[in-house]
Design a protein around this ligand. Structure first.
Ligand code: AMO
Length: 439
């Protein structure tokens, strides 16, 4: 039997390959080269049909004679290159097919594979994540990550257009940024160090010199949560801007979210049908509901929450019945928010804060910040935190700290909404949670 593994064809043709989505009836009669992963092989005896996929889609090749018998033992998902003449086809899914004159197996796949990347045989999420690189050969899955990459680009472009500067702050830090206990600690040259929970303190300090900054980065939280919306490592888009208040930041978030959705409708409309006709896209404004109003709404639904208590998961699920799409919850009780959030002057029990929700899911959290060093020091004490651990941060407030506001957008959660995914692990390539550390 002839071997399908020689490198002569590669040398000749690989640079001239044509993509699956580019071949059409105009190419009939031309001799072309295609590469891809073998998905299907239909053996009809004297003639065989192969379907293979490259990053743009599938193509069909027709094999006869010696090539056909040599091809019979090639495992699915092997990398193949075919060279041949483009001809008319009777297949419904293809405009044309290639009458194969040369085939080469560039890389052989094992048989059986751990999962079926075509998705015909269903696998559990855990099995798929164990073989994530292979999972991406399913176009439904790889599309999620294409959209994710596309949205990252949109977010950057949007923020540049609003005069924000992209920054990179340290992820190895000497003390807590959020004040919480959910820090991953480790030994750092005989000292204790931590993985950053957020860029909160740095982004605030940077408004001194740059006015408007943003950062897109992974952050780390040692929360032992077992939910479909928490990971130990997640990506956040953080903004911070001098001379803006939390209302202005909500305007920016609203425009960012709505313009992203509208852009996706134009450029990825096949994938976006589930979001179509949502009210916020029609009216172009995301409602802003006070925490107080949420308590009243919940009371009318039979859920009694005392002022000052957080909105529990069941309560947020109930609110999600009233506000099924995006909505802001604003003016949270001061005691529920971190030390850096500013309170209302006339009603200090309420803070200048907001969360952006989608149904029950919190996507963004932000607010106007304290910018007076004395008040910030007192807030730290009130929250039971030691101002000495924040001395580097506090001293910057003596150097002309402007009034400022900002927010953190949970990018993975935003991607859950934009791709209609119910589990955050669907939109993160290699998720990290309490159980998963590999691959
Ligand atoms: P917060 O802690 O609310 O605020 O985080 C901001 C947003 O990040 C997302 N998020 C997470 N996503 C996945 N897994 C997690 N474990 C996780 N934790 C948070 C959420 C959340 O709304 N410094 C402030 C932001 C600010 O005020 O600028 C902060 O970190 O979508």
């Amino acid at each position: 039997m002839r071997s399908l593994e020689s490198d002569t064809v590669i040398k000749e043709n690989i640079m001239n390959r044509i993509f699956a989505s580019s071949i059409n009836k105009d190419h009939i009669g031309q001799n072309l080269t295609l590469v891809g992963w073998l998905e299907d092989f239909r053996d009809m005896g004297k003639i065989g049909f192969i379907s293979a996929r490259d990053m743009t889609g599938n193509f069909q090749g027709v094999l006869t004679g010696g090539l056909l018998s040599a091809f019979r033992e090639v495992p699915k998902q092997s990398v193949i290159m075919i060279k041949g003449t483009v001809q008319e086809t009777r297949a419904e899914n293809f405009q044309v097919e290639v009458k194969v004159e040369k085939v080469e197996v560039m890389s052989r796949a094992v048989n059986p594979l751990p999962i079926d990347p075509t998705g015909r045989v269903k696998s559990s999420m855990d099995k798929r994540l164990d073989s994530r690189a292979l999972d991406l050969r399913n176009s439904r899955i790889s599309n999620i990550f294409r959209i994710r990459s596309y949205v990252l680009n949109l977010v950057r472009t949007f923020l540049y257009s609003r005069m924000f500067v992209e920054v990179n702050t340290p992820k190895i830090i000497g003390s807590s940024t959020e004040g919480g206990a959910d820090l991953f600690g480790f030994e750092y040259f005989s000292r204790k160090a931590y993985l950053a929970q957020s860029p909160q303190l740095y982004k605030e300090q940077l408004t001194l010199g740059l006015e408007r900054v943003f950062e897109i980065s992974p952050y780390f939280r040692a929360e032992p949560s077992h939910t479909v919306r928490h990971l130990s490592e997640f990506v956040s888009v953080d903004l911070e801007a001098a001379f803006l208040d939390y209302g202005n930041i909500m305007d920016i978030v609203q425009e960012l979210v709505l313009s992203t959705i509208n852009d996706l409708f134009v450029h990825h409309n096949k994938e976006m049908t589930y979001l179509e006709n949502k009210q916020e896209i029609m009216v172009g404004r995301i409602p802003r509901i006070t925490y107080q109003k949420c308590l009243e709404d919940l009371r009318s639904l039979g859920e009694k929450i005392e002022f000052g208590n957080d909105l529990s998961d069941p309560a947020l699920k109930k609110l999600g019945q009233i506000y099924s799409s995006f909505y802001f919850i604003i003016d949270w009780p001061t005691k529920l928010k971190p030390f850096y959030i500013l309170e209302h002057e006339k009603k200090p029990e309420l803070s200048k804060s907001f969360d952006l929700q989608y149904g029950y899911l919190e996507i963004v959290s932000g607010g106007t910040r304290q910018h007076n060093s004395e008040r910030l020091r007192n807030k730290l004490l009130e929250k039971g935190l030691d101002p000495n651990s924040f001395s580097d941060h506090l001293q910057t407030f003596e150097w002309g700290m402007p009034p400022h506001s900002g927010c953190g957008i949970g990018f993975d959660r935003l991607m859950m909404i934009l791709t209609n995914s119910t589990n955050i692990r669907e939109v993160v390539l290699y998720p990290r949670d309490t159980e998963r550390l590999r691959p």
